[in-house]
Design a protein around this ligand. Sequence first.
Ligand code: CP
Length: 312
Amino acid sequence: MNHYSDLKDLKDFQATVDLALELKNDPYAYEDLGKRKTIAMVFFNNSLRTRLSTEKAARNLGMDVMVLNVSNSWNLEFEDGTIMNLDTAEHIKEATQVIAQYADIIAVRAFANLKDKIEDQQEKILNAFIKNAGVPIVNMESALSHPLQGLTDAITIKEQELKKRPKVVLSWAPHPRSLPHAVANSFITAMKMSDVDLVITNPRGYDLDPEITAGTEINNDQIEACKNADIIYVKNWSSFDSYGKVIQQDIDWMMTQEKLGHAKFMHCLPVRRNVVVEDAVIDSDQSVVIEQAGNRTFAAQAVLKLLLKDLN
Ligand code: CP
């Protein structure tokens, strides 16, 4: 594997899920694989889980870790041919090549701006690293996808040891802010690569990119969609059609115990309690959000192991 920009970069998705579970069982089995190798984690946006779990994963493999918060660095220019006499002090072309001299693998977090759909679909920042750096790039959430989270979600569902072909529901929930589509996109992609029955439920006007949801049932009736679910994965996203807009915040879409039924509750975190999910759900035994966040380490470790194997 050259890069991990998307779940589709994995040659064998289910084998990678199994590898992550093996690593969870024995985290230091490959503690020398990354000896004298360095990962640089570059953050254009905030993070708690991705930052710490990716660092932990790299250290479990014996790697050195460097972190760059771009907000503490120089303002970067992304356009070609710009006369840089305004606010930008360094071009992404130099920045990526310089970072690559200090690191064997670069991991990048650069969210959607949610203002311009075409610009977000170009994945400018992630692709600038892939084009210029010359070392493997790991996507720690880009404009369109969050493949470390999607892999984690598949691992967490596999661990639940549910019936064959469980019913998995991805439910939209209200949120006061405009949030990206990346987590939902990668969850759908991961579920399409898994042996599950996936149903998406969201209000009208909140359908995700049809290229990603193609072939998956979309039900605008949340109560009906959640019936007999084994897993309910809750997430807010802003409108895709009215790009980046919050077009409704109907609290009736919050996940409640009644809608959850006997299902397990999943969410990528961070989550706004009593907006996205009521306390009774997230505090219940049916909530697996803490285990899910814990599995971020082993998803990242599996990906880094695959990249290191091809580096060595
Ligand atoms: N789920 C997730 O990516 O969490 P962070 O934004 O805290 O990294």
